[in-house]
Design a protein around this ligand. Structure first.
Ligand SMILES: [Zn+2]
Length: 216
């Protein structure tokens, strides 16, 4: 018992040293956060006025700490912007962006931080229509090494999509979002919080601005 207590104290000191306060009370649970994102996307696609605070008020309130309701893993594509399509202000979304919305250890660590240090309980993985990273994974061929690092991570999703009927690009985009969500769910970084955390894949339509939720 003493050994265990000592281990906990050492772990606490180590975490405190990097400014990491584990497991704060969640600000919003997963279902409520998902409803807030769905409501925000309806406002965006319906061209309705924002019901968020003013950017100035949100900025001033953010000075002393983060207050995100969800993690959004999304493509780096300039045609997509989660704060806009979810109609959310500063300090509402913790965004992890990479080409092809894939996650490596750094991405997983960023998500883990949002869950364990900021109390976030919803992670959404948002692919998008006409994603160039997915097109590159479908096309194959010779690709520069750093670009290939994310293209290679997408290829298994393309292989899954090739077994399905319908449009290969659309199916690959969906399969990739689902696969990345599965990776986040199962790699162990959510730890003891995993049972409270929802990880939801989705696809954003460039054409309509709507988020198509996969499995929700
Ligand atoms: Zn993309």
């Amino acid at each position: 018992m003493k050994k265990l207590n000592l281990a906990l104290i050492v772990a606490f000191i180590a975490l405190a040293g990097v400014g990491f306060a584990a497991n704060p009370t969640p600000i919003v649970n997963a279902d409520d956060a998902l409803a807030m994102l769905k409501g925000g996307n309806s406002r965006f696609t319906g061209n309705l006025a924002s019901n968020e605070k003013s950017p100035t008020q949100a900025r001033l309130e953010s000075i002393n700490g983060q207050n995100p309701i969800a993690v959004v893993v999304t493509c780096a594509d300039s045609r997509t912007a989660p704060e806009i399509y979810f109609n959310k202000n500063l300090n509402r979304l913790f965004v992890v962006r990479t080409a092809g919305n894939v996650v490596d250890d750094i991405g997983l660590g960023s998500i883990e931080y949002a869950v364990k240090a900021l109390g976030v309980r919803l992670v959404v993985v948002v692919g998008h229509q006409n994603c160039g990273a997915i097109k590159a994974a479908i096309a194959g061929g010779s690709i520069p090494p750093h670009i290939n690092s994310f293209v290679n991570m997408i290829k298994p999703a393309v292989a899954t999509a090739r077994k399905e009927s319908g449009d290969l690009l659309t199916n690959s985009i969906q399969a990739n979002a689902i696969r990345v969500a599965d990776k986040i769910r199962h790699d162990g970084s959510l730890g003891a919080n995993a049972k409270e955390v929802k990880v939801v894949p989705a696809v954003y339509s460039l054409e309509t601005g709507k988020i198509h939720w996969l499995g929700n």
